[in-house]
Design a protein around this ligand. Structure first.
Ligand code: HEM
Ligand code: HEM
Length: 726
């Protein structure tokens, strides 16, 4: 067959590579800022102004400077900026780097359409910038890793579809008959993420001209959909596409074939089948139906097998090439990455068992686990791919191998200084929460004692982050210097014969999987089916069975002011640090005001759109906080948490007291709840919403003034009714 000449498009790879590096740095900086704020909550005051005389503020604008930020730099928002930047902007962009580079070479063809490639690039980067702006402004849905509001969700879906169409059409014009394992992983990722993103983000906009929306699911149902998504964001964004990168770049860098083809087949199918079931392990002991929790645990334990199969396939690819690891920083990054993957996937199943989750959930143990995977597996795979590609694409040698080695060691030290303190902190906190005195009272009754005990570990984690980011800065210097001395090759000429048409039928002696590898559409459909089985078994019964969430007659819809309150809670990202889920443990019931054994029940959340159970408990649980502390305490606590709780690391929220509550959409919100979600508001209640809110706020203000004379006197000098408007 006649050979055809064509060229590979390197410029799209370069664009994604630059985006990875820039957003990686921004994402790490957000992480470092969040880490700093956890032991120096005064950071926003230091930057913008304060009335706290003990703080040497950079700005002389007193507290007004902080008020003017309207919470843009609050911990809740910085945290979601961090998680979204590292996941959607750092990891996704490096995945695109790998996919665009390797797909062209593996299939011996240029991407199907340059226009689609660039449309994908720009829509994705635009989405990230839109995320930054909206999150800083407090526009978010609160659902972890899916905090984007509905217009951005649509943009993500659009960009993802463009990506998939381009990839599938590229496969259709390939010049290599069989798809290599990396491409199975890319296809599996694409179908899974499309499904997860669409179903978890089903939400109803309050209006088509505004940002605000409410989840299509409520309470326990929202929780299961969210963690089906959340866990599989880990599976199909942080894991499967990165495994695709491992299968392409590790053998390339080591100049060795993949250890076992058979193992890669078992690895791929079992991983995507098992992963999708494991989501409920994020909701152990919560108000989720017990059967779903058990399924989550069972499948998580099974996950060890395919995960370790993949890890071994990666590590054993290096057999006979270990001497190269000593000299080659790229291989060093890959080896530590795959090892961290192995550790995280051994730890994850342990964390998923009920006995261990009881201690680890809501604590820093989970944060340690996350970053072992994120810094080690995701970060180090990304760095390895960058060090591999830059010299090739700029046709030169890396500027400094020594600097790359320094990056490697700083990064490794960073992982250790991050993960180890988090494990100690997680154990410390998890155990302190549970200790009782012989007389049956809690040993650590004051929540803050369990927080101040772990501050030293927060400081060590900051140091870890600093090491990690310093390493990344060395990489940036190295990349810039290499790019400057090299010459970039935009178009890489290649040639290969076109594929002969041999028909779709299986040939004699052709193994089933080998045949499947030349049937991309069938492979994609089979992946979708494999992923859908677990999804349907878990989600459909939970969503459709009425009895999966027993109703409680005492549970009434939220008042209009409470609806607004929930929206403020979401806006400020309070759920980043507070849970609203008292698990059925003696210590939690005692500590969190669960009188008469009242742990949280599924029926209590039927009006919660979205659910706000939280996943990290830096502050105490708030489900039964209402009525526990006086209203004046809440006023002072929001103004300055350190005035009511010395040593607290909660941020200040003075703008809540300085700005009037915007009630302009309050009635629309009630109408949406009633008309779309059948919340039983009466017409009279909706018509008198403003009066209802006035009465409730007047009652709160009355309580505040009767409890706190200082506040009564302070407000006596101001216009009447001012506080009621806040
Ligand atoms: C310089 C490096 C980094 C630092 C200092 C850092 C720091 C932090 C901090 C302080 C938190 C909040 C913890 C809490 O609320 O108690 C966090 C959360 C998180 N980070 Fe990082 N991070 C870094 C890199 C990364 C990377 C590279 C990724 C992913 C690829 C990542 C993924 C996450 C995720 C998913 C969470 C949320 C965890 C959860 O909710 O359980 N981080 N990080
Ligand atoms: C066999 C594989 C794995 C299993 C079974 C597993 C299991 C778990 C469990 C049980 C939790 C704790 C839930 C909780 O109590 O809150 C968790 C959290 C988490 N894991 Fe894994 N894990 C695995 C691998 C990984 C890997 C490789 C990564 C990173 C690349 C990762 C990232 C995360 C993240 C980001 C969270 C935090 C989610 C949140 O609460 O916001 N996991 N995982």
């Amino acid at each position: 067959m006649e050979t055809q000449k064509f060229s590979y498009d390197n410029s799209i790879v370069r664009a994604f590579l630059y985006a990875t590096i820039i957003f990686g740095f921004i994402g790490f900086t957000f992480g470092l800022t969040a880490a700093l704020m956890l032991f120096y909550p005064e950071l926003p005051e230091f930057l913008f102004g304060t009335d706290d005389t003990t703080i040497n503020s950079l700005s002389s604008g007193n507290i007004q400077g902080l008020i003017n930020t309207h919470g843009a730099f609050g911990f809740g928002r910085i945290r979601m900026l961090h998680t979204n930047t590292v996941i959607f902007a750092f990891v996704c962009n490096i995945v695109y780097v790998g996919v665009y580079y390797s797909t062209q070479r593996l299939l011996k063809t240029r991407m199907y359409s340059d226009t689609l490639s660039w449309l994908h690039f720009w829509t994705w980067q635009f989405m990230i910038v839109a995320t930054f702006i909206t999150f800083f402004m407090g526009i978010n849905t609160s659902k972890e890793y899916a905090e984007h509001e509905w217009p951005i969700d649509i943009l993500i879906a659009f960009s993802w579809i463009i990506f998939g169409v381009n990839m599938i059409l590229t496969i259709s014009k390939r010049r290599v008959r069989h798809l290599y394992v990396a491409i199975w992983f890319y296809l599996g990722t694409w179908v899974a993420v499309a499904m997860l993103h669409i179903f978890n983000n089903l939400e109803v906009p309050l209006s088509f001209t505004g940002w605000k929306s409410y989840s299509a699911y409520a309470g326990a149902k929202d929780a299961i959909v969210q963690w089906w998504y959340g866990h599989n964001a880990v599976a199909f964004v942080l894991t499967t596409p990165v495994l695709g990168l491992m299968y392409y770049f590790l053998p390339k860098a080591a100049d060795r074939p993949v250890f076992s083809y058979k193992l890669s087949i078992i690895h791929f199918w079992s991983l995507i089948f098992v992963y999708i079931w494991a989501g409920p392990h994020h909701l152990q002991y919560t108000a989720l139906p017990a059967w779903a929790q058990a399924v989550g645990t069972g499948f998580s334990i099974m996950l060890i097998a395919p995960s370790w199969g993949g890890m071994l396939n990666g590590l054993l690819t290096l057999r006979g090439a270990w001497d190269k690891v000593r000299e080659n920083p790229i291989l060093k990054f890959f080896v530590v990455a795959v090892t961290c993957y192995g550790m995280a996937t051994f730890e994850g199943p342990l964390l998923a068992t009920k006995n261990i989750n009881k201690i680890g959930h809501f604590t820093d143990w989970v944060i340690g686990h996350v970053h072992l995977g994120a810094l080690g597996w995701n970060g180090f795979m990304a760095f390895g791919v960058i060090y591999y590609l830059v010299p090739i694409m700029w046709r030169t040698k890396i500027w400094s191998v020594k600097l790359a080695n320094w990056h490697f060691w700083l990064g490794t030290l960073g992982i250790i200084f991050y993960a180890v303190p988090m494990y100690i902190s997680g154990f410390t906190q998890g155990l302190m929460w549970k200790q009782f005195n012989p007389d049956g009272t809690l040993l650590w009754k004051n929540w803050l004692d369990t927080v101040t005990a772990i501050i030293p570990y927060f400081k060590m984690r900051f140091l870890g982050g600093l090491f990690y980011i310093s390493g990344a800065i060395l990489m940036i210097v190295n990349v810039i210097a290499t790019v400057r001395k090299g010459s970039f090759q935009k178009e890489v000429p290649a040639e290969a014969p076109a594929l002969a048409n041999i028909g779709n039928k299986r040939k004699e002696g052709e193994g089933f999987h080998l045949w499947l590898e030349r049937m991309p559409l069938l492979l994609t459909v089979l992946s979708l089916c494999t992923i859908s089985i677990g999804s349907m078994v878990e989600i459909i019964p939970t969503l459709s069975l009425k009895k999966s969430v027993p109703t409680i007659s005492a549970v009434k819809p939220y008042s209009p002011l409470e609806l607004e309150g929930r929206d403020i809670y979401i806006r400020e990202g309070c759920n980043a640090c507070h849970s609203q889920m008292i698990r059925p443990f003696r210590d939690e019931i005692t500590r969190f005001n669960g009188k008469n054994g009242q742990y949280s029940k599924a029926g209590e959340f039927i009006y919660d759109r979205p659910f706000l159970w939280g996943s990290k408990r830096t502050g105490p649980d708030l489900h039964r906080e209402g009525g526990k502390n006086p209203s004046s305490w809440h006023y002072k606590h929001m103004y300055n948490p350190r005035s009511t709780s010395a040593g607290s690391i909660m941020p200040r929220y003075p703008w809540l007291i300085a700005t009037n509550l915007d009630r302009s959409k309050m009635v629309d919100k009630m109408k949406l709840m009633k008309n779309t979600f059948d919340v039983p508001y009466t017409k009279a209640q909706i018509d008198s919403a403003d009066q209802w809110a006035n009465n409730q706020s007047a009652k709160i203000v009355k309580d505040i003034f009767s409890e706190a004379n200082d506040l009564k006197e302070a407000y006596a000098k101001r216009p009447q009714g001012e506080l009621e408007k806040k």
